[in-house]
Design a protein around this ligand. Structure first.
Ligand code: SAM
Length: 292
């Protein structure tokens, strides 16, 4: 893989969404088979439908250790939460869609209806964006606008205005799988920067992870294990924050909390009655903010 510090986590998130379509039971929470052509050959190989025996074994293991399936569940439930909010925004007449920290997001591929009726802008770290654009077929690359921003260095308002975002019209944005890689200060500046250039009523969906010291033993061990694995990829977990902290950061930047789903609510909304081994981690929250 060409050098790109964030490519690995972006690709793992996409591969987890594809895996959901391969090993979990219908109904799918989020169908992202569109991501398959964007995966590297090795990951694509892993995303092939497994033999039924393997699926059975995996489910048995995940039944005993639900944390093994938790990241897959977290990745698809946050994607579904954002997709439902996107559809509601389109129904309200919102025609500006912004995807922050896009990674291998496939909205441009899966949703020709969005591309047709709204402007779609992807923002990502310059390295990740270059890496993704090299994987997109040219006709798809033309259906979406791209803007390169390092959240840690800011410049978001200027880049969004250069990309012709209209600050007088409402916007829908999502920012998935990103906050925990950023320091609380960078989360604050990003929320603040976005608030500066969007119309009141605009919406932002994001997810965040609670700090390990606030969790029980098993989720705390899982989060610490993920942190150690990410350290080896030079992508440390910098911004695991409490609900009180992220709500305060949002409020200070002019955002009102419309919804904050904890793990129990996420489980009740999307996992109740499922017979597969999908689960979600106790530390994952889904957040929906509205610009005041
Ligand atoms: C785990 S991926 C999530 C991608 C996608 N949103 C998803 O849910 O599949 C994390 C994303 O955050 C982006 N990211 C991390 N740190 C960043 C920074 N400082 N500036 C801009 N983007 C950043 C990465 O480039 C990557 O696309």
């Amino acid at each position: 893989m060409e050098h790109c510090p964030f490519a690995q986590t972006a690709e793992i998130a996409a591969a987890l969404r594809v895996w959901h379509t391969r090993i979990d039971d219908p109904p799918l929470i989020f169908d992202d088979r569109a991501a398959i052509p964007l995966l590297s050959p090795g990951m694509r190989q892993l995303a092939k439908p497994p033999l039924p025996f393997f699926t059975m074994q995996l489910r048995a293991l995940e039944g005993i250790h639900p944390e093994l399936a938790a990241l897959r569940g977290q990745t698809v439930t946050r994607a579904r939460f954002a997709e439902d909010a996107l559809d509601a925004a389109l129904d309200r007449g919102c025609r500006q869609i912004l995807i922050l920290g896009a990674g291998l997001d496939t909205t441009a591929i899966r949703r020709p209806d969005v591309v047709k009726q709204a402007t779609l802008l992807e923002v990502d770290h310059p390295d990740t964006q270059r890496w993704k654009r090299a994987r997109l077929p040219p006709e798809l690359a033309r259906s979406v606008s791209f803007s390169a921003v390092d959240f840690a260095r800011n410049g978001l308002p200027e880049r969004l205005l250069e990309a012709r975002l209209d600050p007088r019209r409402p916007l829908f944005a999502h920012w998935l799988g990103c906050t925990y890689y950023l320091s609380p200060e960078t989360i604050r500046t990003t929320l603040d920067s976005l608030a500066q250039v969007v119309a009141p009523g605009s919406e932002l969906v994001a997810d965040y992870w609670l700090p390990s010291e606030t969790l029980g033993w098993r989720p705390s061990m899982l989060l610490r294990g993920i942190g150690l694995a990410l350290d080896t990829q030079h992508q440390p977990l910098l911004g695991c924050v409490s609900s009180a902290t992220i709500h305060a950061l949002a409020a200070d930047s002019g955002w009102q909390v419309a919804e904050d789903l904890d793990a129990a609510t996420i489980r009740a909304r999307w996992l109740a009655g499922r017979r597969d081994s999908l689960s979600v981690p106790a530390f994952g929250h889904c957040l929906r903010l509205i610009r005041k």
